[in-house]
Ligand binder design. Structure first.
Ligand SMILES: O=C(O)[C@H](O)COP(=O)(O)O
Ligand SMILES: [Mg+2]
Length: 415
């Protein structure tokens, strides 16, 4: 099969950098720790991964990964390997064995993080990517332009289905575009998926009959793979227009399985992603990972937002949003989902940095924690985003919107 995959890593090692790169390339393609009998030059020429570039970086200063060997000074580098596509074919699980497999355990490396991927066209042919993306999501939620404003049900767990129905009624009347279950609310016995669907969908259907707009509700259908289809069907049969999965928990193969069958957009939550990405010394960076999630079918993908409650800096968040918006193998564009500690006061700064309204901006605490309640929280978000999109200043927005002014009393000064 023609073509190759380029994988870029940030590594740290006490070995000479070129030697370390060769170890990595050999171990992850044809080789092992010694040259073996049938590893002919011809075989290596066809299947061995090639070192494409090694660029030294300033030292990172972080502690070496456990078990690292070597006495020499640690050197840090960005290195790119090229893997023949023939080694694994356009299969995401098998690609991962090569570009993100045993290599994390090699003792020659004090740091090793996969930071980017360049995948050839056959991946786009095999994986359909998002079925709905930005345009399909906008059409279903009845928001042809402007920022898509959404919320997460909070409290995350504990609301009874009738309480949930009453919250959804308030949010729909306030003009929210999107509501989602929290990732913590899956199919627990206190509020099973089927009961949540039965509570929420009649509210949204009645609202749609009255207004012509059905806010999108992402039901969290995360579960074992053999339950995903039935969970999806339950939502769709009741008129639901979105399903959510926690991608690290169902895995790329689970997401892909669902994507082949789905009749509605898939909201991709990234809870757990921090375990593979937070360390600068080991794991997979968002630029690489988001490509896999998009190929496997994520219509919406969490990127965090600026000034979030997690560890990522604004620069990292903005890079993640840019990564999701960058074209990938002719796939339909995925919607970046800005979530985590978001509220109205971040709208102007976010829009100034990203320059697009093709975003799903979610505020949980930032809406339900509004001093005047959830509806006022939605109104504050809408006022701030509409103002930002009109090119006004935060001060303009504050003087025009009492709900935004009240939000500031609770959440502090806007950015
Ligand atoms: O699932 C999410 O995206 C988070 O629960 C965000 O919640 P928050 O807006 O209250 O931080
Ligand atoms: Mg959450």
């Amino acid at each position: 099969m023609e073509g190759s995959v380029r994988a870029t890593y940030v590594v740290e090692t006490a070995l000479p950098l070129e030697r370390a790169a060769e170890v990595l390339a050999g171990e992850q393609s044809t080789g092992t720790f010694v040259r073996v009998a049938r590893e002919t030059d011809d075989l290596r020429a066809r299947f061995a991964a090639q070192v494409e570039s090694v660029a030294e970086l300033p030292p990172g200063g972080a502690a070496a990964l456990p078990g690292t060997v070597g006495d020499g000074p640690m050197r840090r580098a960005r290195l790119t390997l090229r893997f023949p596509l023939d080694n694994f074919g356009p299969s995401l699980p098998n690609l991962l064995a090569a570009v993100a497999g045993n290599l994390f355990e090699l003792k020659e490396f004090a740091a090793l993080k996969l930071v980017d991927l360049d995948l050839p066209a056959p991946f786009g042919s095999r994986y359909g990517g998002p079925r709905f993306g930005v345009a399909g999501t906008r059409a279903l939620m009845g928001r042809p332009e402007g920022a898509m404003i959404g919320t997460i049900v909070k409290p995350s767990i504990g609301l009874s289905p009738p309480d949930l129905a009453s919250l959804v009624t308030e949010l729909a009347e306030a003009g929210v575009d999107f509501i989602k279950d929290d990732e913590l609310q899956g199919n627990g016995p206190s509020a099973p998926l089927a009961e949540r669907v039965r509570a929420v969908m009649p509210v949204l259907e009645r609202h749609a009959d009255r207004t012509g707009v059905k806010p999108m509700y992402a039901f969290n259908i995360t579960d074992d793979i053999d339950r995903l289809e039935a969970n999806h069907d339950l939502v769709v049969a009741a008129g639901g227009t979105c399903v959510m999965v926690v991608i690290p928990n169902v895995g790329l193969a689970g997401l892909e399985y669902l994507s082949r069958r789905t009749q509605v957009p898939i909201h991709g939550h990234r809870a757990g992603f921090g375990a593979i990405s937070r360390s600068a010394q080991v794991g997979i960076g968002f630029r690489a990972w988001q490509q896999l999630a998009r190929l496997a079918g994520a219509d919406h993908l969490h990127t965090n937002g600026i000034s979030n409650k997690f560890y990522e800096s604004d620069a990292e968040v903005l890079d993640s949003i840019a990564a999701v918006r960058a074209p990938l193998l002719d796939l339909v564009p995925t919607v970046p989902v800005l979530s985590s500690g978001q509220w109205a006061g971040l709208a102007h700064a976010t829009y100034a940095s990203v320059g697009t309204a093709d975003l799903l901006v979610l505020a949980g605490g930032g809406i339900h924690g509004h001093p005047d309640g959830s509806a006022a929280g939605v109104a504050s978000m809408r006022a701030a985003w509409d103002s930002a999109l009109r090119g006004e200043t935060v001060t303009d927005a504050l003087s025009a919107s009492p709900d935004f002014r009240r939000a500031v009393e609770r959440f502090g000064p806007p950015r």
